[in-house]
Write a protein that binds this ligand. Sequence first.
Ligand code: ZN
Ligand code: FE
Length: 269
Amino acid sequence: MNFIAPTPDAPALLTPIPALSDNYIWMVQKNGHAIVVDPGEAGPVLDRLTPGLTLEAILITHHHHDHVGGVQALHQRTGARVYGPRHENIPVCDVPLGEGDLVDLPGIGLRFQILDIPGHTAGHIAYVGRLDAGQTALFCGDTLFAAGCGRLFEGTPAQMHESLGKIGCLPPDTLVCCAHEYTAANIRWALQVEPTNAALQARAQDTAQLRAQGLPTVPSRLGLELQTNPFLRTGLPDIRAAASQHAATPLNTPLAVFAGLREWKNNFK
Ligand code: ZN
Ligand code: FE
């Protein structure tokens, strides 16, 4: 009988692959296996699949074309299984998922838990998992952005507010892996809401530096989002005051503040 000694776990490599105009396709690599999240196109992923690297899974957060445009080609070329939201129409979906489901990926040695986070789309899901000991990563598509959140194309403010509240309860050191590079524009708006927030001011500088070097501003940490992202701060008096003033009407609940902020951001140039 042969015994194969277990190889020590290599650290996971987490990479945002730029795609389309401002999308990121997230790739995780470990143990000679890779997974990608929301491949809006196939080319940039295929470019990175060297002969020693097997694409084990394609994870989809929601049905928008800039997140699924590369799924069919990648699935055909690699045979990787496609996981996606149960309540949305995805071009290929081998494993439909919803709240509480677990995704076990033995090759790469990762396990993800599914959260339903409707709002941007009606069936949007997120993947939460540990990359390495203790390090949680969240793949949240177009729901939580760095210093912002997704537009409400299919859901209500109440749904999005609840979805963001769910995300806000994850560990503060969670890596927030969102699907777009919108950070600089989001911060420009967030500074209108909270001009005196020192953490936000510092983040504006850090972000400007990264972008000047052509570097991604993500992943961010959930703790930083809780300090600087107005959409996660709807219960704070200063935010309520700013949103109420902008709406020219008193906004008396965190949900009303959220809806006011979303309106404000929609119209911000
Ligand atoms: Zn979207
Ligand atoms: Fe998108």
